[in-house]
Ligand binder design. Structure first.
Ligand code: FES
Length: 108
């Protein structure tokens, strides 16, 4: 199991566990983490799964590829930062065990 902690804008922490190979979107939805809706089913088409990767983890997760569909979509999300990613595009493996993701205030 992979541990992921979602941190709300008010500092409330939601630690969850999920099987390897699933996505951070699924980690949030399967555990009722508020602020992550994932409306498009993980198809990179809605941006309702916007998260900000904790700075300590961004190099492991990987920065947004500038010319990607994910980057195009995040242009329309509010509260984006250099650490912004779509949770549906973060596939969880053993190297990301302990990952910390922040849910932007605008997601609520
Ligand atoms: S779930 Fe729609 S973009 Fe991630």
């Amino acid at each position: 199991m992979i541990k992921v902690t979602f941190v709300a804008h008010d500092g409330h922490r939601f630690p969850v566990e999920i099987g390897e190979g699933l996505t951070a979107r699924e980690a949030a939805l399967f555990n009722d983490v508020p602020g992550i809706d994932g409306d498009c089913g993980g198809q990179c088409a809605c941006a309702t799964c916007h998260v900000q990767v904790d700075p300590a983890w961004i190099d492991l997760v990987g920065h947004l590829a500038a010319d990607s569909m994910e980057a195009d979509l995040l242009q329309f999300a509010e509260g984006t930062t250099a650490e912004s990613r779509l949770a549906c595009q973060i596939r969880l493996d053993a190297g990301l065990d302990g990952l910390v993701l922040h849910v932007p205030e605008q997601q609520y």
